[in-house]
Structure formats: C-alpha cells, structure tokens
Design a protein around this ligand. Structure first.
Ligand code: M6R
Length: 610
C-alpha cells in the first residue's frame, strides 16, 4: 500500500526520491508526489496514476533540492485525486507524507477548523500537517511539534516531515507502520521499505513503535515514545538489488515463480546443514517454548492463510497436536477462548499485514504468550512482535500475487510440524532422515514442475475467454486448489472458486457445464480414487477437466479430460510441487488476457489497512 521515501543530502535528492518511489510501486498505489525544500521555499508536485507521470511533471518544473520527501498513495480517506495525494502542506511551510490511518481525524479536523485551519483534501493526513503547524505556532520547534502531535493522534502512522523554516533536518515518526532510516556518507534517508533506498545505502536503523527521529545530513537522533533519546541498532540489509530487477523476465510474478527452486534451497539450507530438525530453527529459546504446547492456532490472511491450511494437515498428522487455522481479520473480532498452552503462529510474507498484526496483539491480550511468526521480511512488524521467528528466505517478492513466499512458508511450516513431532517423541531417527531427504529433493522436483510451462501455457489459452473456473482438491491438496483459484482470480479477473472435491455434489455441481473449466489437483495419494469418482461426476455433466497428477499415477487423458503430469509423487511435500502448475496456469491465463499481472487492479502488495 502507501510508501514513503525521504532524503537529506549535499546533492540534489529529487532523483533519489523518484527512484525510491519507483521501487515502492510494487506495493500498490494510485497517486504519487514529492515535496522539496529549496531556496527558502517548499515546492511540491503530485499526480494521480503512475510515478512516471509525476516524474515527468517534476522534470517539467525543474525540481532540484537537497531535502525532500516522496509518497505513493493507496486511497483510503478521500478519492483518488491530485488534491488527496501526498505530500500535504500546511500554511505553505511544512510538507508531510503519511502511511497508515488516523482514527481520530474527524475530531482533530473539527478542532483545527475552529482554530482557523482550512482543509484542502478529504484525507486524514492533512490533519497531521495542520496539527504540527499548530504546535509550532505555540512555540514548539519542528521535532517537538511532531512529538506533541503524535501524542494526540490515535491510529497508525509512519510520518516524514520537512519545513522550509528548518531546512537542515527532516523529522519522522512511527506508530503501527514500518519506517526505517538509511545511513549514508554525509547524507541520510528515510523509507517505509528498504527497497526504496537500496540505491543509496544498505545501512539501516529500524525505528520502533512510538519512536520519533531527527535526521540531518550528518546525524540521526532517535527518541522513544516518552521522548527520551535512545540508541537503535544499525543493520546491514541483505535485500539484493538484483531481487528488485526484472532481469530477463517479463513480469516479477514470472521471475518469482521461476526463483522457487533457489528460494526453497535457501530456506531449507539450515535443516540440510544440520541434518536435523532443531528447535533452534525458530529461535534460540524455541525448545522451551515449543516443548510445553498442547496445540497450535494459526492466524493469517490470503495466500498465507492457505499455507496455514496446508500446515494444519501436517501438524496434526505428523506431530499429533491439534491445530486450527483462522483468517486473522475474523479472529481479531471474535470472542475467542484462549488456551495459553497453544502456540500462536502468524504467517505473513510482508510481516506488515494489519489484520494479522492485530490478530497477534489480540491473541496476546487474551493471555497467549507463546508466539511464532513465519515471515519473509526481516525486522518487519509481525516477527518483531513474536517470541519466535522462522524467516523464509524467498528474497524480495514484488509481484502482488504471492508465489515463492507461499512455497517457502510451506517449508517453514513443515519444519514446524516435524520439530513438534520430535519434541513430542513421535519422530524416529529413520523418519527424520527420510523427511530431510524429501526436503533435499524438493528444489529439483519443483524445477521439474516448472519445466511443464509449455504444456500449461497451451491450457491457459483455453481459459482466456472463460468467465468462471472451479478448482478441486482433497485433503492436504484442497488448500492448493484454494490457492490456485485465488491466483487465477486476482491476476486474470476470472471468477474462480475452490472446493474440496467431495463437496461437489452438495451444491457446486449445479454450476458445471461445458463453459465451466474444472481444474483438479489429483496426486497419487490415498485419496486419488475418491478424486477420480468426483471427476466422473463432473464429466457426466459435460464439464471439461484439467487435471494435474503425478507422473506415476495410472491416469490417462480422454475426451474432455486433459492431463498434465507433475514429477513422480514426492510424498508428504506434494502440496508444494503441485502449487507450481496452478501458479503457472494463473500467470499464463492473465498474460493471454492482457491484465496487469504484477499490479492487478484494486490490490496492494502489503495490506496495511483494514
Ligand atoms: O504479506 P502477507 O502474507 O501477510 O499478505 C497476506 C495477503 O494479503 C496476501 O497473501 C494476498 O492474498 C496475496 N495477494 C495473494 O497472492
């Protein structure tokens, strides 16, 4: 969703801001803008649409300055208009960018209106700009005015502020939305996402909840929520610039699908090296936390919810512990009964998803103390709020449709299931060795599945003109059907639904006719014969079947039944291998329909609002 970048330097920072905003485009946005302080004035350019349009406008106005902030906005309060785009300016002196939502903006707007402030936008953000200005007018300097304003705001924010009367610094604040400071040589930066400033530096300080900071060219001073000066550690980001470039690929989604063998190999490396499933995979104190649990509660959204749904099968079957999976946005608002001996597992690619974060906070408020996050972004909010962490090593995922994050999450969750089994004395050495061997083989099996791309491309052509599709799976592959349907709907805009195949005759069979393609995940497992019966139910109603099965299943194509064979059945990790074809099917269908694959309409990469 929204993105922030800011810079203070001895050079023109406009190219840094523009490049930073381009790096933030993947998060999803509908307008963009920059503001700079130059020659005693604050100047601004904003545009709806792409960053490139705003860049052209900035070029035309000949923007050059040593201090500036930039923003990509994903509309929440107020429509997609230039007037609602950030930065917002108060009294032609200070400019501000904001990620998040201010919950008490209406009360603050009324108060500020009574004080004579005139609002030019419908946003909650403009309130903050005027509030800071108001505190300055009461005699506070820029930093103190920001801190005083922060104390009066309810909700979530990451803020960056510049002021023409104070041209040698930028001030920033964080509460509930990520914000980091980038450290350069005689120049410093701020960003909501490290990708925005990697062009300039890898040295970063992650601000914590309630922090404010003053950033000059040569120094960074950080203050905690009480206003006391604090030291926050410096980190070296390992996000590679290459992971932010398309390289030879047409889309990031295509690139990220093809990166999966490498992403999986990196994620399992620690297990393969240790030749064991050690609790330390989840943190140094993990054994004490995991040993005492008597159940697992998984909380997540979207694709991450589906990886949790696969994990439920694994955790119950392998470790013998009961496991529930719930959509985070539902859990956070219901009166749940907490069992403090349950492990709360949150799953999130971004580590920023607001509903998942709030579900975690709610679980803690109910008395849960054992928390684990499976996450792809180091130092993001959700792992920082969790006791234990398993970082997937998928690398930056730019496409809005999650792909490599999903399969690497599955590896982390599988490792959790096996580790819990081990701690509960349900895992013999032979079985542990066999699981390690399964993991060792996994990147190769995924590569084989990727090699099916030409066949899947020819199937995609048959989906191009369809309006609906049905996905079927059973058991541990049912969540893969759900994931396949989600991928297809979000990037190709074809309405797709997934059902457990056994449920077909309880309703959805009524939808089946020659116009309804039915995709079936049918690996050679204990449920294959059941799935075959379900497929006959479809064929008998004239439905056309597109079946992904294993190379070693005795299954053949026939009239109205298309078959693509993934590699030989890989056992317990089969859901991971069977994810690849549904990703490719969605990608190639979207391609043939000409949609914006990496930035599907109405969606954002990180969903940081409700
Ligand atoms: O970053 P998260 O994993 O928490 O994101 C959760 C969902 O927003 C995300 O998986 C979404 O469903 C994807 N667009 C699916 O491809």
């Amino acid at each position: 969703m929204c993105g922030i970048v800011g810079a203070i330097a001895g050079r023109d920072v406009v190219p840094v801001l523009i490049e930073g905003l381009k790096r933030l485009e993947y998060r999803g946005y509908d307008s963009a803008g920059i503001a700079v302080v130059v020659d005693g004035a604050v100047r601004r350019v904003r545009r709806t649409g792409r960053v490139s349009e705003m860049e052209a406008a900035a070029g035309a106005e000949d923007f050059h300055a040593p201090l500036g902030i930039g923003h990509t906005r994903w509309a929440t309060h107020g429509g997609v208009t230039e007037g609602n785009a950030h930065p917002h300016i108060s009294h032609d002196t200070l400019a501000l960018v904001h990620n998040g939502i201010i919950e008490n903006h209406e009360a603050q707007r009324e108060r500020l209106s009574r004080l004579g402030y005139v609002f030019e936008s419908q946003t909650d953000t403009e309130v903050i700009a005027h509030l800071i200005h108001h505190h300055q007018s009461q005699g506070l300097d820029l930093l103190a005015a920001l801190q005083a304003s922060a104390r009066e705001l309810d909700g979530a924010y990451a803020l960056a502020v510049i002021d023409k009367r104070d041209p040698d610094r930028m001030v920033v604040a964080r509460m509930g939305c990520p914000l980091l400071v980038g450290l350069g040589d005689g120049e410093n930066f701020v960003a909501s996402d490290v990708s925005a400033i990697l062009q300039a530096t890898r040295r970063v300080i992650f601000l914590e909840e309630g922090d404010t900071a003053e950033i000059t060219r040569s120094a960074v001073r950080v203050f905690d929520g009480a206003g006391a000066a604090v030291e926050r550690g410096e980190h070296l980001s390992d996000v590679s610039l290459a992971s932010l470039e398309l390289g030879p690929y047409r889309h990031f989604m295509q690139k990220e699908i093809h990166e999966q063998p490498r992403a999986l190999a990196d994620t399992i490396e620690a297990i393969i090296d240790a030749a064991a499933f050690e609790p330390t995979l989840f943190g140094k104190d993990a054994e004490a936390v995991l040993r005492g649990i008597d159940g697992v509660q998984i909380l997540a959204c979207g694709t991450s919810f589906y990886s949790g749904s696969v994990a439920r099968y694994w955790i119950e079957a392998i470790s013998g512990l009961p496991c529930s999976v719930e959509i985070a946005s539902e859990y956070r608002y219901r009166k749940a009964v907490a069992n403090p001996k349950h492990l709360i597992v949150t799953i999130s690619q971004s580590g920023e998803t607001l509903d998942t974060m709030e579900a975690l906070k709610y679980a803690k408020s109910l008395g849960h103390t054992r928390t684990l996050s499976i996450c792809n972004v180091p130092e993001s909010a959700i792992p920082r709020a969790s006791g234990l962490v398993f970082y997937t090593r998928a690398g930056a995922e730019i496409g809005v449709a999650s792909t490599k994050a999903f399969t690497t999450q599955l590896v982390g969750l599988f490792a959790l299931a096996v580790t819990l089994a081990k701690l509960n004395d349900r895992l013999g050495a032979e079985q542990e060795a066999a699981y390690i061997e399964d993991l060792r083989q996994l990147p190769g099996s995924v590569q084989h599945a990727l090699n099916l791309e030409p066949q899947i491309t020819s199937w995609a052509e048959k989906f191009t003109l369809k309006h609906h599709a049905l996905f079927l799976g059973r058991g541990v592959h049912y969540p893969i059907a759900l994931e396949g349907a989600l991928k297809l709907k979000e990037i190709s805009y074809i309405h797709a639904e997934a059902y457990p195949a056994g449920e077909l005759k309880h309703g959805p069979l009524a939808l089946v006719d020659a116009e309804m393609p039915v995709v079936v995940i049918a690996p050679k497992d204990a449920l294959l014969e059941k799935v075959k019966s379900n497929m006959q139910e479809v064929r008998a109603r004239g439905g056309e079947l597109f079946v992904f099965t294993d190379a070693d299943s005795n299954f053949s194509a026939s009239e109205g039944v298309h078959v693509i064979r993934t590699p030989r059945h890989v056992g317990v990790l089969s859901p991971i291998v069977h994810t690849i074809p549904v990703q490719l099917l969605a990608y190639h269908t979207a391609l043939s329909r000409g949609t914006d694959v990496d930035k599907p309409r109405n969606l954002a990469k990180s969903v940081t609002v409700e």
